[in-house]
Design a protein around this ligand. Structure first.
Ligand code: CP
Length: 304
């Protein structure tokens, strides 16, 4: 594929090549001078119509580490606030000779539209509740780093599955790489159609979800995507679904803990678990830069 919008059309071999190449990128990031000339002369635009800390900064650093020029677009200080459309915005940026786009938008399908309007390679950095493929890649990379392979591993994802593009992308990606995925949350936040995905099972019982899991991922309640916010009691939610030491006692010995961030400590994850030796939350952040370098390299220069 020319774009990374979701995992449609991405074979396990190409996905594995992306992860293998992220190992090389991590070696570059270990050097005193963390810069290679791979993308010299190319211009990458981070077009963020929704807020971000990790994804935007790691993509910008990833592009700069490979010597690309980076231009940043953020809705708040742009002419979108005067009513300019997505199409007109992208056509303006393309007129400035941008070579690739990294797009985050509240609307599902926005990155596909940018691909159509710009004619340039596009990486989806999160579109509504639909997909966040580089987050899933860095999650997969972090689990693989721990266990050497994803083959035969089980990843439990607990929280607001319904509104989570991270859960959807992981449910698409991890089984392609040989892992099983268990999605868990309150019934109202657990869409039954996801059970149709190969390698994916659903449960409302967190103890059942973590049993046999090698990695347990906690997800935030995405109140910005719920009309009126989460309608249940947050305390009741935490009592049942919080990822904490008590719940992890039921997982595989040595199971690691993941969270894509931003975390609400002591709600979906306990603060002591977030800071515990099992936690790979900052490792995910660190790996995000290498994985995004790998994706940019693959799409812009190293496709074949
Ligand atoms: N995980 C993630 O996408 O974080 P940001 O919203 O900070 O980019």
């Amino acid at each position: 594929p020319r774009h990374l919008l979701d995992f449609e059309g991405w074979t396990p071999e190409r996905l594995t090549a992306l992860l293998d190449n992220a190992d090389t990128m991590n070696q570059v990031l270990e050097r005193p001078v963390k810069k290679v000339p791979a993308l010299q002369g190319l211009t990458v635009c981070t077009a963020f119509f929704e807020n971000s800390t990790r994804t935007r900064i790691s993509f910008e650093l990833a592009a700069r580490r490979m010597s690309a020029d980076v231009v940043s677009f953020a809705t708040g200080n742009s002419s979108v606030s005067k009513g300019e459309s997505l199409r007109d915005t992208i056509e303006v940026l393309t007129a400035y000779k941008v070579d690739a786009y990294i797009v985050r938008h509240a609307a599902a399908g926005a990155a596909h539209l940018v691909a159509r309007y710009s004619g340039k390679p596009v990486i989806n950095a999160g579109d509504g509740r639909r997909a966040h493929p580089t987050q899933a890649l860095l999650d997969a990379y972090t689990v693989r780093q721990e266990y050497g392979s994803l083959e035969g591993k089980t990843v439990a994802i607990i929280g607001d599955i319904r509104h989570s593009r991270v859960a959807r992308s992981n449910a698409e990606l991890l089984p392609k790489l040989g892992a099983k995925v268990v999605l868990c949350g309150p019934a109202t936040l657990l869409p039954a159609d996801l059970a149709a995905l190969p390698g994916v099972t659903l449960t409302t019982n967190p103890r059942e979800a973590v049993r046999g899991a090698h990695a347990v991922m906690a997800l935030r309640l995405q109140s910005e995507r719920m009309s009126g916010g989460y309608l249940g009691s947050l305390q009741e939610y935490a009592d049942v679904y919080q990822v904490n030491e008590r719940l992890l006692a039921e997982a595989e010995a040595g199971a690691i803990v993941l969270h894509p961030g931003p975390m609400n400590r002591d709600l979906e994850i306990s603060a002591d678990t977030a800071d515990s030796p099992r936690s790979r939350v900052l490792k995910q952040v660190e790996n995000g830069q290498a994985v995004r370098m790998s994706v940019l390299y693959h799409l812009l220069v190293g496709r074949e």
